[in-house]
Write a protein that binds this ligand. Structure first.
Ligand code: SF4
Length: 312
């Protein structure tokens, strides 16, 4: 690998990167419990738990932990052995002790409020630049960059090429330069999701990648699977694929996208024209059946609501 300098990113390329990444995130983001809160304590707990641990293992422990220690104060009063025991089986048992020490420092130095400045966060025990950036952007909505393993990999591959070994200092600058002002929350979450699910370390999904046209490393891999037909798939799954492709922006399309992800490799399904035409024909027929004579389609009935009750 060669050392390299971070390139200047032209505004057009930066904008295209932001736009494509955020559009991808809008469709495929993961629904994670710590994305439903802006509470700095909860964000902090999730970030410490996620260090070196897979999301699936963290989710149940995150919920359990917050029941046992619902606030910084509750955690600050806990003993060392107790927090280690509560952390089991996540591993790396120094982490719960660090988290407890952070809680104590916040209570002592900041009256129980997690600080909103990088300087104050970095002065807390066990908080480094990544965790500080995560708290600032996820809890306080500040335009703060982050750089974890996933983000590092995406930035390197897209802007520098896979065979480079840039210094972290340069990648931090790149991460900061790419941040869309006022939207660091979504952008940072998108970068992490993208690195965890598409631009993965071992099997990046280059053939279907939303950033392929901008990526200096494309293509790193051949298709994960060849596109396949619809034989063997249930008709509601085929319907989900067609609906999502036809209506990528509407809420039903979003629901279809979830369905789409639920089934392995459905993204690679190619719906034969004949089957697609038949589905459209059936939809049209259903709509005609529920259309009042001379009027617009009856929305209440189409949405499965009893029209009498809806009009009452
Ligand atoms: S094209 Fe491949 S290497 Fe480039 S961002 Fe997409 S998945 Fe990653």
């Amino acid at each position: 690998m060669r050392r390299t300098a971070v390139p200047r990113v032209r505004p057009g390329r930066r904008k295209a990167f932001q736009r494509r990444l955020l559009a991808w995130y809008g469709r495929f983001r993961r629904d994670l419990p710590w994305r439903r809160t802006r509470d700095p304590y909860r964000i902090l707990v999730s970030e410490i738990m996620l260090q070196q641990t897979q999301v699936e293992r963290v989710i149940p422990k995150y919920r359990e932990w917050l029941i046992r220690y619902p606030s910084l104060e509750a955690l600050a009063n806990a003993g060392r052995a107790e927090v280690r025991e509560a952390w089991y089986p996540l591993g790396y048992n120094i982490r719960p002790v660090r988290l407890r020490d952070i809680a104590r420092a916040v209570v002592r130095r900041h009256r129980g409020r997690v600080p909103a400045s990088r300087e104050d966060l970095l002065a807390l025990p066990g908080i480094g630049p990544y965790t500080a950036g995560a708290v600032l952007s996820f809890a306080y909505g500040q335009d703060a960059p982050i750089l974890d393993t996933n983000v590092r990999r995406v930035l390197r591959r897209v802007f520098l090429g896979d065979r480079t070994a840039p210094r972290d200092r340069l990648l931090w600058k790149l991460a900061e330069a790419l941040l869309p002002r006022g939207n660091a929350y979504d952008f940072n979450q998108a970068m992490m999701d993208f690195g965890a699910t598409v631009c993965t370390a071992r099997r990046p999904g280059c053939p279907e990648c939303a950033l392929a046209g901008l990526c200096a490393s494309y293509p790193l891999t051949a298709p994960r699977t060849a596109a396949r037909g619809t034989a063997g798939l249930k008709s509601h799954d085929v319907k989900a694929v067609v609906h999502e492709q036809d209506h990528p922006r509407d809420p039903a399309g979003q629901r279809a996208a979830q369905e789409h992800r639920r089934i392995r490799n459905l993204r690679r399904v190619r719906v034969p024209a004949q089957r697609r035409a038949r589905l459209h024909h059936l939809e049209d027929a259903a709509e005609t059946l529920h259309r009042p004579r001379g009027g617009r389609p009856d929305r209440a009935r189409r949405d499965g609501v009893d029209p009498d009750a809806a009009g009452a």
